[in-house]
Write a protein that binds this ligand. Structure first.
Ligand SMILES: *[C@@H]1O[C@H](CO)[C@@H](O)[C@H](O)[C@H]1NC(C)=O
Ligand SMILES: *[C@@H]1O[C@H](CO)[C@@H](O)[C@H](O)[C@H]1NC(C)=O
Length: 315
């Protein structure tokens, strides 16, 4: 929750406010005021399992989380397809902006037309920059629906004042590069990072073409500390080499944002989730966590096996 609130504040402060001082203590009221003052209309979300609210429920063969214990703290324990026990960071961001307390998946069959106005998520668990461009067809569809609903001028305005959030990259490294072999044979780590960056660049250009003017890109977390890496490495320590890859990829994202601002004039913010999580891990040295964690394994044939495991974890 603290990580999430920090993220909300970061999005607001970096993207909107001419606020000199970073205030941890900003309350939801202040956030709403800033959002309203800046005419923020909604958030449109692109990414992986970190922000997929259940789109994968509708995609055959895609990784799913529509079974317990996922969602155990949300909607009386009903799993929605979010890869979490509760809501996602993007749900909290939408709430902080004052529209809705959940962001629906664009493929959600329960979606009502009015939900389009509050923002949607196009995210799909398991995806990444490696294949992002294809998913922009959903943004085109979204825009068509929006136009039908509110007319062309209003639709353009909504998109212009929306915050586009992109949160992905972990699967590209952990799955597409370090687990599968095709990309590894093709690229060095550095070359692969550049390949992903150029894919991101193309995608942002396409978003800009469709009307996007405000962008928040979430960097990759220290994925060397993720439970899945511990499973693959068969040890309970962070993998420093992976963390170094994450760190240098984030540097490239930051450079790219500078270029995007200079070339497209798109207002943007980099969300440093790496530092937020790394410092959370550091600060809780002596705290033991207990709970259920999802273990994910890729077998030799490229199939994914997922299972839940009880764990006790000392950071
Ligand atoms: C918000 O909208 C109003 C009315 O259209 C406009 O005057 C103002 O400049 C906008 N503010 C920002 C920060 O875009
Ligand atoms: C994103 O694109 C990939 C690649 O085409 C596709 O498999 C996936 O289903 C798309 N995501 C969504 C939410 O449909």
């Amino acid at each position: 929750m603290r990580v999430v609130m920090t993220m909300v504040v970061l999005v607001l402060v970096l993207l909107m406010a001419a606020m000199p001082i970073f205030s941890q203590a900003m309350d939801i009221h202040q956030m709403r005021q800033i959002a309203a003052k800046n005419n923020v209309t909604c958030i449109l979300v692109f990414g992986d399992s970190s922000v997929d609210p259940g789109n994968n429920n509708r995609i055959p063969l895609a990784p799913k989380s529509n079974f317990p214990p996922y969602g155990k703290d949300l909607f009386r324990g009903h799993p929605t397809g979010r890869f979490t026990n509760g809501r996602l960071a993007t749900d909290f961001i939408a709430e902080a902006f004052g529209y809705t307390n959940i962001i629906r998946g664009f493929l959600d069959s329960n979606m009502e037309k009015v939900d389009l106005l509050h923002g949607v998520s196009f995210a799909s668990a398991g995806s990444g920059y490696d294949e992002l461009t294809t998913n922009l067809s959903y943004l085109r569809h979204y825009k068509i629906h929006l136009r039908e609903l509110v007319g062309e001028v209003k639709a353009e305005e909504i998109i212009r004042n929306a915050i586009f959030v992109i949160s992905m990259g972990t699967n590209d490294f952990l799955q597409n590069y370090f687990t599968e072999t095709t990309r590894r044979k093709q690229f060095t780590v550095d070359q692969y990072q550049n390949y992903l960056i150029s894919s991101m660049f193309r995608a942002v250009k396409a978003m800009h073409y469709l009307g996007a003017r405000r962008l928040a890109i979430v960097g990759v977390p220290p994925f060397g500390c993720m439970p899945i890496v511990e499973t693959l490495d068969d040890e309970s320590q962070c993998d420093d080499e992976y963390n170094q890859v994450a760190f240098s990829f984030n540097s490239k994202i930051k450079q790219t944002l500078v270029t995007l601002k200079a070339t497209l004039g798109i207002q943007n913010a980099y969300i440093d989730i790496y530092s937020v999580i790394a410092s959370a891990i550091k600060k809780t040295q002596d705290i033991r966590f207990q709970g259920d964690v999802e273990r994910v394994l890729w077998d030799g044939a490229g199939r994914i096996r997922r299972y839940m495991q009880r764990y006790e974890y000392v950071c």
